[in-house]
Design a protein around this ligand. Structure first.
Ligand SMILES: [Zn+2]
Length: 268
């Protein structure tokens, strides 16, 4: 088997290597001028970047949660104020009807007194008719008052419910605020500690690479790095040539030619 086709297969690999070596400048590998870096450094840098992203998100979420709690309280307060305002106007309407009722009752009493002193049948009949009309109006008004007071009563549970909801919302918002106040300094301390750790690992990158990487890290955070996954850049999915993968495996810092991420091999 080894004796046959001696010409083609053994030459294929060296030829491809030469081909890729000639074209590696496109891939911005630093193999020629820079020392290799432990593969763990790249992996750790990316891990720390991801942790920092997560911590920063938690840090940013805190004030948003507090502010959402304050908005909920405001919403509940407005809801309760509207319900109270509505009850108040219903009570005022019922009170006005009761005043009207008193007025009619006084009028009826007055007519009855006059009725006793009526000088003629005609005057007597007119007073009788007026009393009957007012009695009718009184009856209608009494029904309306009962209905208005029933409405006020029926409205009371809505107010109690709204008050309870407001109390629960205030309670929840206070707990959220306390939790955020407790967590913020811890998160900041974690971020500070991890940033220092990040700087330590970054110092292991060759100076020529570090500057480019740090500029991208400032802009993109964790997206400054990407693992090679199934022979592709884990950031943009662009295929990474085999020879470039070999460079990466040797710890030669390499940026993806498409997205600019610093590539590394994940642990097998
Ligand atoms: Zn890429």
């Amino acid at each position: 088997m080894a004796g046959k086709n001696r010409d083609s297969p053994p030459w294929t690999v060296p030829f491809l290597s030469l081909y890729f070596t000639l074209f590696t400048p496109r891939w911005n590998t630093m193999s020629a001028s820079t020392p290799s870096v432990s593969l763990d450094v790249f992996r750790t840098l990316h891990r720390i970047h991801r942790q920092l992203t997560d911590l920063q998100e938690q840090l940013d979420r805190g004030p948003r949660h507090v502010s959402a709690g304050q908005s909920s309280i405001k919403h509940r307060e407005e809801e309760l104020a509207k319900l109270r305002e509505k009850t108040k106007s219903m009570r005022v309407a019922a009170d006005q009807k009761q005043l009207q009722l008193k007025g009619i009752e006084e009028k009826i009493k007055d007519f009855r007194r006059k009725l006793n002193a009526a000088a003629s049948n005609r005057e007597y009949q007119i007073l009788k008719d007026q009393i009957a009309a007012d009695e009718m109006a009184k009856s209608v008004l009494e029904d309306e008052i009962i209905e208005a007071l029933e409405q006020v009563d029926q409205f009371q549970p809505k107010i109690s419910g709204s008050e309870a909801a407001l109390a629960a919302t205030r309670d929840k918002a206070a707990k959220t605020q306390a939790e955020v106040q407790k967590q913020q300094p811890l998160l900041r301390a974690d971020i500070e500690r991890l940033t220092a750790e990040l700087r330590r690992y970054e110092s292991e990158l060759p100076a020529t690479v570090r500057e480019t990487y740090q500029r991208r890290a400032r802009q993109k955070g964790e997206d400054a790095l990407a693992p090679v996954v199934d022979e592709c850049c884990g950031g943009c999915n662009q295929q990474v040539p085999i020879n470039v993968q070999a460079e990466i495996r040797l710890g030669h810092p390499t940026f993806c030619k498409t997205c600019g991420r610093l590539l590394y091999l994940p642990e097998a």
